[in-house]
Write a protein that binds this ligand. Structure first.
Ligand SMILES: *[C@@H]1O[C@H](CO)[C@@H](O)[C@H](O)[C@H]1NC(C)=O
Ligand SMILES: *[C@@H]1O[C@H](CO)[C@@H](O)[C@H](O)[C@H]1NC(C)=O
Length: 284
């Protein structure tokens, strides 16, 4: 039963059906009318998805039905932070991404990398169907978390976060680490956001935005990535329109960044310094 519910939730999480009745164990849950409180201001485009997700009562947390490689990654230790990005501890990737903990305020440090090629096209990835959160969604080049290790905890000039980005660009997209060194990444600013993926899993992070322009070699891991593509500004605008019509699915953080800062930053790839703001945390 749990497995069947999960399948439906997964579909809903990225597809955002308008209204849904789930008949779970003989009881009908009206997703549209019974959703709990909405925790943070969030774009209208995604509120529907979040309402649907939060409507369903918490199923037992079992990972049996999930991809084994992705489940292994759930034991990695993320960096717990307070609302001002001061580190306060460590917890597993699993605990950091459970809505039951997020609802209590659990927050971790993360990053989002945007790589542009020499034609100024942005590299997008489509998350694999094996991903536990936001499977099948298109998103920016790479999004993940620094780990609670000495090397990735180091905060001076966000070097720990940039090292984590280098590690994940290799792991997900197969970009040789020598082609994406931390000093080549521009750390712009931080974004604090929260979003549910489905009834069980979600995100609540302070996200370091890292930009980089370089032609890189790619060798994506199919367990992480379903497809990838380079898009121009016009092509991305088309994709965002399609996402609004639910013809394509994109992650909530990418949608937020695309609706706010992305195009301005993109217009100024050669002069990003003016947008570097390491004091403010943008609450979205
Ligand atoms: C829900 O399932 C129960 C048991 O299978 C069934 O008796 C009931 O009619 C169903 N309700 C709806 C609205 O489909
Ligand atoms: C975060 O910073 C603000 C502004 O300086 C302060 O009011 C707040 O108490 C801080 N939060 C924590 C958890 O320290």
């Amino acid at each position: 039963m749990v497995r069947a519910v999960w399948a439906v939730l997964r579909m809903v999480s990225c597809q955002g059906a308008a209204a849904l009745n789930l008949n779970v164990s003989g009881s009908v849950i009206d997703a549209a009318s019974s959703f709990r409180s909405v925790h943070v201001p969030f774009r209208a485009a995604h509120s529907k998805v979040r309402h649907l997700s939060s409507a369903v009562r918490m199923p037992e947390i079992t990972t049996d039905h999930l991809d084994k490689k992705q489940v292994q990654l759930l034991s990695e230790m993320c960096i717990l932070i307070d609302e001002n990005d001061s580190k306060i501890g460590a917890d597993s990737k699993k605990n950091c991404h459970l809505n039951s903990n997020i609802d209590k305020g659990l927050l971790h440090r993360a990053f989002s990398v945007f790589i542009f090629n020499s034609e100024e096209k942005l590299l997008l990835q489509q998350r694999s169907d094996a991903k536990i959160t936001f499977p099948g969604c298109f998103t920016n080049t790479c999004c993940s978390h620094p780990l609670h290790t000495d090397s990735e905890l180091e905060e001076k000039e966000a070097i720990g976060v940039r090292r984590a980005a280098q590690r994940r660009l290799e792991a997900e997209l197969g970009i040789p680490m020598a082609q994406v060194t931390p000093d080549e990444m521009t750390y712009l600013t931080r974004i604090h956001y929260k979003a549910q993926s489905d009834g069980v899993w979600g995100e609540h992070e302070i996200d370091y935005i890292l930009f980089m322009q370089k032609d890189v070699e790619l060798n994506p891991d199919p367990n992480e990535i379903k497809s990838h593509c380079y898009v121009s500004k016009e092509e991305l605008k088309e994709m965002l329109k399609k996402a609004k019509k639910e013809e394509v699915q994109i992650t909530p953080w990418f949608s937020l960044i695309a609706e706010t800062f992305l195009f301005t930053w993109w217009d100024n790839l050669h002069d990003l310094k003016q947008f570097m703001d390491h004091n403010k945390i943008h609450r979205m």
